[in-house]
Write a protein that binds this ligand. Structure first.
Ligand code: GLY
Length: 380
């Protein structure tokens, strides 16, 4: 498999390197001045984190490691304060660096710690999940959660580089792979129709992800999906790091998706919530006279072919609406959505008529689940 490089433009351009067995690339991304490196990884990736630390030591760095709680548990002020303590005790200076090894929660936290230590030191992300590779590690948004909500404290701090080692996807749980594919499909709808064709052709092998036992063809498809998704994200955030305009298109499906995540108390995977969110905005665009029926049907067909949910319980409109109004992407009372007026043609829909919103919700509604409350789909 060849190694691909995508450059993210901006004040300090950086490379996203996609391939296999890429640790040898780290020194070039860290640059010549770095002496000390703190490897930040969650407990579940202790062996991988230690392997990266040892590799850095072998390459002449003074390398330390810090083990973090798993998943969202690590995105707290307490964990960030612990990392600052480690950096302080090891005398990290402005010319030292952090390397994150993990999924989106780890890259968010490590990016935030890097943004705040001495007002900003270098960070290189080594995402180990599909969601991390195609979304969280690229783009420079960093953050932690507070009791009031997710990602409320953070900074824009682009990394010095990103290493997407596809080999780490071999051990990814298939539902984590599929949840990451929701962001890939989003990228296809907003900017790159070839992504949609690839998923349509290979959905069965992607849905039943066999990891290390997957065929060479499936690996090649996955590599192309990562490359294409990263290329779109790189182009968008390179043009609009701080979300003044173009970057908003990356929120396709996210306003409704975030509301589902909140109403479900974060028991749904992000990708599952965004999948329903994309169908909601596709229906909204259709009802607003912007999107033809067949493109809405294509949303459902692609997402369902991967096993992603396309509907949500029908008795939560008030909570969803309240959550959407509180979404940090909203402006005042005016709800705004990214919708499509065709494949790869995102436009903004501002302040849609409440009856249109309710009608779009009706289109994605299903009966409330009869099983355990709050867990309404397999991906939840
Ligand atoms: N860290 C994810 C982003 O910047 O979009």
């Amino acid at each position: 498999m060849t190694t691909t490089r995508v450059t993210v433009q901006g004040a300090a351009p950086y490379d996203v390197v996609i391939g296999r067995h890429l640790l040898g690339e780290l020194p070039a991304l860290l640059g010549p001045k770095v002496r000390r490196v703190l490897v930040m990884h969650p407990a579940s990736l202790a062996a991988t984190g230690e392997a990266v630390r040892e590799d850095l030591t072998a390459q002449g760095y003074e390398a330390f490691a810090v083990e973090l709680p798993d998943a969202e548990e690590q995105k707290t002020a307490q964990v960030a304060a612990f990392c600052w303590q480690v950096l302080g005790q090891a005398d990290f200076t402005r010319s030292d660096a952090i390397v994150s090894v993990g999924g989106g929660a780890t890259t968010d936290l490590a990016g935030f710690v890097a943004a705040t230590w001495l007002r900003g030191i270098k960070v290189v992300h080594v995402p180990t999940t599909l969601l991390g590779m195609v979304d969280a590690a690229v783009g420079g948004k960093t953050g932690i959660n507070t009791a009031e909500g997710k990602n409320l404290v953070g900074a824009f701090h682009p990394p010095a580089g990103v290493l997407c080692d596809l080999a780490s996807l071999a051990s990814l749980d298939r539902w984590d792979l599929v949840a990451g594919l929701a962001e890939v499909v989003k990228t296809g709808f907003i900017a790159d129709p070839r992504i949609l064709e690839l998923v349509e052709e290979h959905h069965a092998d992607l849905k039943d992800w066999k990891g290390a036992d997957a065929s060479e063809e499936t690996w090649a498809v996955l590599a192309e999906l990562v490359e294409r998704s990263v290329a779109v994200k790189a182009r968008v955030v390179g043009e609009d790091l701080t979300e003044q305009g173009l970057r908003e298109i990356l929120n396709y499906g996210h306003t409704f998706g975030h509301a589902v995540e909140l109403v479900e108390r974060y028991q749904w995977r992000h990708g599952a919530a965004v999948a329903v969110g994309m169908v909601f905005v596709a229906e909204l665009a259709r009802l607003a006279g912007k999107l033809p029926d067949d493109v809405v049907a294509r949303h459902r067909a692609i997402l369902e072919s991967l096993g992603l949910p396309t509907s949500y319980r029908g008795d939560r409109w008030d909570q969803l609406l309240a959550a959407m109004r509180r979404d940090k992407k909203s402006r005042g009372d005016l709800l705004r959505f990214v919708v499509l007026d065709g494949v790869a043609r995102p436009v903004r829909l501002e302040g849609p008529d409440p009856t249109l919103l309710a009608a779009a919700y009706a289109e994605v509604s299903k009966e409330p689940p009869t099983g355990a409350p709050g867990v309404s789909v397999q991906l939840g």
